[in-house]
Design a protein. Structure first.
Length: 95
């Protein structure tokens, strides 16, 4: 987990959602640049980003981020992966 991700969780806990969102986006960008798009760390960070978007009421964006996370988990671990299934459930709840 990237240090900006930890800071993002702290801001999220304090209801400073815009700053949390900025930091989650930064983490996804750093990890994507470092590992490429198909990496478990990218999937987790994208899932965290989606949770922040959902909390902000930005359901359509959250759904897309959850689906992206699920897709990466499925590519890395297979369709039966529990994290992939969880991301798909979360996406469905954004409707």
């Amino acid at each position: 987990m990237c240090s900006s991700d930890l800071k993002a969780f702290a801001h999220q806990a304090l209801d400073q959602l815009e700053e949390a969102l900025r930091l989650f986006q930064k983490t996804v960008a750093i990890e994507t640049a470092s590992f490429g798009g198909m990496h478990e760390d990218v999937a987790l960070s994208t899932y965290n980003l989606a949770g922040c978007l959902e909390r902000m009421g930005r359901k359509a964006e959250a759904k897309q981020a959850y689906l992206s996370s699920a897709g990466v988990y499925e590519q890395c671990r297979g369709a039966d992966d529990d994290d992939a299934k969880d991301a798909l459930r979360a996406a469905a709840e954004c409707e």
